[in-house]
Design a protein around this ligand. Structure first.
Ligand code: ATP
Length: 319
């Protein structure tokens, strides 16, 4: 099916006969595969009598060689999957297989893309970036401090570099434009953080997605913001380079070296918020973050500090 997609991806017309002979199958087999492409990958294919078949829009697929060619300063191996449960899940399996880190896992789509606390990350075929970078951390809790915030900052900088100036951060690790989510981050850790461990830095960026009935909160994409489509291979290369740069800074100076820059880009600085922890809600005003990336809130006139993966921030209606 993907061989057929490769033939069609230029967005031009291809006759059933030409497609059949390229694939070595009959025209009716081509027809079946075309229906499969539409049903399984959600692609729209035009059929015009006398001209053949054409994808509704040309498609650029992820190409490891293109990604690698565009990131000369970075030698992380890049694995690309057409379809996978989740790039983080595959990264965790690769760690179990003892693949040497660092490396990157990418997919054209995720069937079970994940967010925090078991939530779903909507991941349609060939539209967005679903990316996991695996790092090995040797005996350095300090290297984990504020790491998910560092990843958010790197993602935000990539978006700005590609012409999305409104991209900003929401504690702990969302990237938003205004109130709309454009990227999500999920870190997963295996091993002993005090000794040797591996961390998977999962990043989902909405790149060319224009429609989704599935995302149940306000969202946007680079394309919706900029009014044009983006080359995902180029973006992935830039994401690798930016992560490399920020991870080096973090490794050298710890999170304190990043803290001020993160705060400057926090969209909800000074805002009235509710912090949700399970069934509990704490209302306060955002003061900023501390040197470990924890949230500083003014609650009833007193500064309090909050950290942990189970916390969510919401703007209060009166904010
Ligand atoms: P927080 O708890 O920090 O507010 P969140 O509710 O945004 O975060 P995450 O775990 O970061 O949760 O991300 C999962 C959520 O993101 C989903 O529950 C869904 O509402 C939303 N979501 C899922 N897919 C996408 C997507 N492609 N683009 C934007 N948002 C998405």
């Amino acid at each position: 099916m993907l061989t057929l997609l490769n033939l069609l991806k230029d967005g031009r017309f291809h006759s059933g006969q030409a497609l059949g002979s390229a694939l070595g199958v009959s025209r009716s087999a081509v027809w079946k595969q075309l229906q499969q492409l539409e049903a399984e990958l959600g692609l729209s294919i035009h059929k015009v009598r006398g001209r053949g078949y054409q994808l509704a829009a040309p498609l650029t697929l992820l190409e490891p060689a293109e990604v690698r060619g565009a990131m000369p300063s970075c030698d992380w191996p890049v694995l690309v999957f057409d379809s996978i449960d989740s790039t983080n899940a595959e990264a965790l399996r690769a760690i179990e297989r003892r693949e040497a880190a660092p490396f990157v896992v990418l997919a054209e789509r995720q069937m079970a893309g994940r967010g925090r606390r078991g939530r779903k990350w909507v991941s349609p075929f060939a539209e967005n970036i679903y990316y996991s970078l695996v790092l090995r951390i040797d005996g350095g809790m300090r290297q984990l401090e504020g790491l998910s915030l560092v990843v958010g900052l790197a993602v935000m900088q990539v978006l700005r570099e590609f012409g999305i100036p409104g991209a900003g951060l929401k504690w702990p690790n969302d990237v938003l434009v205004g109130q709309k989510k454009i990227a999500g981050i999920l870190l997963e850790l295996v091993g002993d953080p005090a000794d040797v461990c591996h961390v998977v830095l999962g990043v989902g960026i909405n790149v060319n997605m224009q429609m989704s009935d599935e995302v149940d909160q306000q969202w946007t994409s680079m394309r919706l913001q900029a009014g044009k489509a983006f080359d995902r291979n180029h973006l992935v290369a830039e994401l690798c380079a930016m992560l490399q740069k920020y991870l080096e800074r973090h490794q050298a100076g710890g999170f304190p070296a990043i803290q001020a820059e993160w705060e400057q880009n926090h969209l909800w600085q000074g805002r009235a918020v509710s912090l949700i922890a399970g069934a509990n809600q704490i209302d306060g005003e955002v003061l900023g973050i501390d040197s470990q990336g924890a949230l500083r809130l003014k609650v009833s006139g007193v500064e309090k500090v909050f950290s942990g993966g189970e916390l969510s921030l919401r703007l209060r209606n009166d904010s």
